[in-house]
Design a protein around this ligand. Sequence first.
Ligand code: SF4
Ligand code: SF4
Length: 443
Amino acid sequence: MKVYTFPQGGIHFTDPTAPLAAESVVAFLPVLSVIPLVQHPGAKALPLVAGGSSVREGMLIGRAQGPGSAHIHATVPGQVVRMVSWEMTEGITNEGLVIRLKGSFEQLGKPEERFSWERLEPGELQRHIVEYGIVEMEGSGRPLADLFASLNKIPEPITLVVRCVFDDPWLVADYVLCRERATAVVEGSIILGRACGVSHIVYAVSAKEKALGTMLLAEAQSYDIPASLVLVSSRYPQRNPRELELALRMYEARGKREHPAGPALGSLLIQGPATLAAVRDALVLHRPILDRYVAVGGSGVKNPQVMKVRIGTRIGDLFAECGGFTGEPQRIILGSPLSGRRVFEKNLDEPVIKTSYALSALLAKQIGGRVVRNCIGCGACRTVCPVGLDPEALFKGLVFFKKKQEQNSGRAVECHGCGCCDLVCPSRFSLSTAIVNAALGEH
Ligand code: SF4
Ligand code: SF4
């Protein structure tokens, strides 16, 4: 099978400190969970319980407030102890409800009761998905409610793209989830496909995981939405929406050449496997997002592993379950070290949220001395930019000559912040940050 990709730039990214793609390990249930009221890009969910309240596993405890906001549910049964707040990055705080584990679980350890969704209309499917607070778990946590609200602006036909693209070793938790829950991922894609009225589903899978793609496609054959498997490269940033769409448009163009009357992909709606498994659980089990797969590792961690973790578990507990630290970590990162968020002041009390797909502790040697030197004009940043920008020229114009982005060819807005240029720059310039900030008008 042909492998599709984007035409220029990118890097092959490896990291021996990421966990291996072995079976997941179920993390211990925390005695105290912290359930954040912000696990999405919008406004804080409105708390519905207070200190002293008893909560059940899966109970609604925070109500969404407008676009960008999603419902929040208790992930363990117990009693609300208090409300806490903490700084996530400088000046940006979050708040959460502390729940002391108590009482019995309604779902965990019980046989799964299966609810039927097959006869539900698209609007009813959407209502269920919104009710269970499902968000895009591989990205910023955008609620699927926002996607449903924008559907009438998306031109038909629509293709749902199931993104199983592993261009970063820190996406290993997604990979393990795909292997362990392939049936749920496919059923979730069919449910979301019906809810959004898609005419086609494409499983976009890294070519090195062709066996996984074949398995997903075989599962999908038992449903009535036409499905295809498209193999794509693992060159970073292949999973970025722009680069993934470029690869899929090449696949579409080739199909058109071979079958001119064949169907077109139309608008692409890209979703990841964790989100789709959550959609399936919402409809089939009537269950909100209670847990997620997290890759825990980095040079500072003794035994890196992929863990299945209850939302609200302290990240310090996960490091402890991985055997603790090998030395004093200089940096703790939620998400990939390439693109994730640095945990403010290495706060080990931060909880895992719906979007926490990876967690790493990095020793000084892994970070490397970022001593900034002069540009040596090597051109490496131009070679790897997938957009075809000249990061050196943009950076110098913006930072050294203080030109506005419009005076600087205006191309900074095309940068999608993949960070390839930073990774290869021998002079250690933070090129992507400067360029993205310029595009946002912060220079
Ligand atoms: S961060 Fe921006 S400028 Fe740098 S390689 Fe990526 S797209 Fe190009
Ligand atoms: S990679 Fe760094 S040193 Fe090389 S040209 Fe680009 S900015 Fe200059």
